[in-house]
Ligand binder design. Structure first.
Ligand code: ADP
Ligand code: MG
Length: 702
């Protein structure tokens, strides 16, 4: 025997059965345990929480003499004959005959000649369709086909579960381990969810759920079991969020900022346009929050160009008018500078004392500004992370606006809170987030969403360009528009190209354009390896129209605002995420002239083509985020940097939105009503604090 023999129960450490290391499970051993690690299985719990990726329903099979033409039937058998032939003018008909236990059934496919090859296998398979009785036999047209694996062939009357596998672990082996594990934990699984909660949400008991997840008597049982586990996972997290919110509301105080009608009127006078309905709505939600001593924690979500900065500025001005300081933190120096410019213009006739606080200040300047911030003389502060460094002491900070939250993450958000009163916090994000993700990423924030754009915006025309010929036409178009006085961005995914074989970087493209396509124009270059002063110089020359076009990397992604720039060419567009492309494109939809965006992509494969077409088709950031999400999954939509280790194992964000909403509501209710503190909820609460207490800054007592 091998090392697998070595697992007598005397070796078992004293642990809860679920936490038993997988190598101690009967039949596993150290070698297979190592292989199972590839499936993230290290304990018995991990094994039992493996969610099947698919199920095969063999519980409802029909025999030939049970077929009827009034509903869908599933039959199981082997193919004994198949052919494909032309029927008329280029049309083909492919047919196959399956031998079922008690007879034969035929299936047909029109115009799918390639089917023939698959149909020549002698593996067992299932066909599902509504059959018709024709020419004395049963026939199915275009049935749903599911091939069975060898391991499945002898199973009948069961719902089979399929799993993701790994080298050395076959389906048969895995199923065996799971069966052993189910036996092993039988009768030991305590359910942390109190019975009244399970009843209310129609959730099976944990033990039943675990068993039905892997060996479901019916398809419905499987889905109920899966729902229970996703519910558990999400409920924990949502309760954690709700507890964090409660903690903040009961222990933290913020200044009460009242917006009087007079202040309101004075602020509005600074803008030479009327606010959109979306802006009005967001402003009124913020004003409601600011007047409370309970700190605001609000996420302002809107598409690019919807006018978030204006809303933020309103809130900042209201704060200053009430006698407190307001700070705006941007993710990059360039963006901080941009905000500063925009807001500086809006505040030209205002006496509000304001300053920019970034990392590139000279020490003396910085010292001077810090002193004025500490005395309260400085009322509005703009900057990068520099605004939350330890040496920045505010006199009375009333409001912190954080732009582009997803570049910071939760930790920085917390940094403002180390004083006796904490500021109200407004987070702005220009990357619309699908609702389900929003709940998990920002579940502790209230949400304001603006879905409208300022009037007069023309939708950007976006074209996917895949051939050199069409590229030439695009350049010709750009030249025409530049001659009319417009300006252009040329965006590149790379700064420099390592060799001539690799895709060109901004440096190469800049040279090429200077010599060829754009030789008659003033061209600038901007990228992240230039120092900040240089970057700002290029941007201000572009803004002042001394440059007709700039070749740029993604430093222009967010916030840059030059209304006369209406053209954008994105090189190697398949290298960017969808939301990022939408962000980039947002730079040219800012003025009264129509914007044109060309997505250059010669190397696009089928997948990236589909994604680029989503951007070509839609101008709506929310729609694009949903598409991105459906095509690439949540981690990629938000970028990995803000994800860290996702605490979610069983949730499938594209399928489980309903459960997310349900658990989010359940958690809020439970925490608000205090149910979570009642005795029968204690095991659940303990579990939440164990899992998320540290991460969410909750004390162990909640
Ligand atoms: P966002 O930050 O949401 O991308 P901004 O706040 O930068 O958008 O606004 C984009 C542009 O629209 C700015 O030039 C701004 O002055 C202008 N703008 C904002 N709100 C309105 C409005 N209600 N009417 C007209 N123009 C507006
Ligand atoms: Mg903005």
């Amino acid at each position: 025997m091998t090392e697998e023999h070595d697992n007598s129960t005397s070796d078992l450490p004293e642990t809860e059965p679920l936490e038993t290391p997988i190598r101690f499970l009967e039949g596993v051993g150290p070698h297979r345990a190592k292989l199972l690690k590839n499936l993230d299985v290290e304990t018995v719990r991990d094994l039992l929480w493996l969610i099947p990726r698919d199920i095969v329903d063999l519980s409802q099979l029909s025999l030939v003499n049970e077929l009827t033409d009034d509903r869908i039937h599933t039959i199981r058998g082997q193919i004994i004959d198949s052919d494909s032939r032309a029927i008329s003018r280029g049309r083909t008909m492919t047919a196959a005959v399956m031998r079922v236990d008690d007879g034969l059934v035929r299936a047909t496919w029109f115009n799918q000649p390639w089917m023939l090859r698959q149909l020549q296998s002698d593996r067992f398979l299932l066909w599902s369709a509504k059959p018709k009785f024709r020419d004395n036999r049963w026939e199915m047209s275009h049935p749903r086909m599911q091939w069975l694996e060898e391991d499945d062939e002898n199973s009948r009357g069961e719902v089979l579960t399929k799993y993701r596998l790994t080298e050395g672990i076959t389906l048969d082996i895995l199923r065996g381990y799971i069966r052993t594990a189910l036996e092993f934990v039988k009768g030991t699984l305590a359910d942390d969810l109190p019975e009244r909660l399970r009843k209310h949400y129609k959730l099976p008991h944990l033990e039943e759920a675990i068993s039905n997840l892997h060996r479901p008597p019916t398809v419905e049982d499987f889905y109920a079991a899966r729902r229970r586990l996703v519910f558990d996972e999400q409920l924990d997290f949502q309760i954690g969020m709700a507890l964090r919110r409660r903690l903040r509301q009961t222990t933290e105080r913020s200044p009460e900022i009242i917006v009087t009608p007079k202040i309101n009127a004075r602020i509005r006078r600074l803008f030479d346009f009327t606010f959109t309905d979306g802006q009005e709505q967001a402003i009124s939600e913020i004003v409601d929050d600011l007047k409370e001593s309970r700190p605001m924690h609000r996420l302002l979500q809107a598409d690019v160009g919807a006018g978030k900065t204006v809303v933020a500025l309103y809130a900042m001005l209201a704060t200053v008018a009430a006698g407190y300081q307001a700070v705006l933190m941007a993710p990059t120096e360039l963006l901080a500078q941009q905000h500063w410019n925009t807001i500086h213009e809006a505040l030209l006739h205002s006496r509000v004392k304001r300053c920019l606080l970034t990392g590139s200040l000279k020490p003396a300047e910085r010292r001077d500004r810090l002193a004025k911030i500490a005395t309260g003389e400085m009322q509005m502060i703009f900057g990068t992370q520099a605004v939350i460094q330890n040496d920045v002491k505010y006199h009375q900070l009333g409001l912190a606006v954080i732009d582009e939250q997803h570049k910071f993450g939760v930790v920085q958000r917390g940094r403002f809170q180390a004083r006796d009163t904490v500021p109200h916090v407004l987070v702005m994000t220009a990357t619309p987030i699908p609702r389900s993700l929003c709940l998990t990423q920002y579940g502790d924030l209230d949400l304001s969403t603006m879905t409208d754009l300022p009037p007069g915006r023309q939708p950007i025309v976006t074209s996917l360009v895949q051939t050199p010929k069409v590229e030439a036409k695009a350049w010709q178009f750009v030249v025409e528009k530049l001659n009319e006085g417009r300006q252009a961005y040329i965006v590149c995914p790379y700064i420099d190209s390592p060799d001539p074989e690799a895709p060109a970087g901004a440096l190469q493209i800049f040279k090429e354009l200077q010599q060829n396509q754009l030789r008659d124009f003033q061209l600038g270059l901007i990228h992240g390896q230039m120092d900040r002063a240089e970057q700002q110089m290029v941007m201000s020359r572009f803004r002042d129209r001394q440059l007709d076009a700039i070749v740029a990397t993604t430093v222009v992604e967010v916030g840059v605002d030059v209304p006369n720039a209406t053209l954008m060419i994105i090189q190697d567009a398949q290298q960017f995420g969808l939301s990022q492309l939408h962000q980039l494109r947002g730079r040219i939809g800012r003025g009264s002239f129509r914007g044109f965006c060309f997505l250059f992509s010669k190397a696009a494969n089928e997948d990236s083509l589909q994604r680029l077409q989503a951007v070509e088709r839609s101008n709506n950031g929310f729609e694009i985020a949903e598409a991105d999400f459906a095509l690439r999954g949540p981690g990629n939509v938000l970028g990995t940097e803000q994800h860290g280790s996702q605490p979610f194992r069983v949730t499938d964000f594209s399928r489980d939105e309903k459960i997310l909403l349900e658990t989010s509501r359940a958690a809020s209710r439970m925490v608000q009503a205090g149910t979570i503190d009642e005795p029968d909820f204690a095991p659940l609460k303990r579990r939440v604090l164990e899992r998320f207490g540290d991460q969410l800054g909750l004390t162990r007592t909640g």
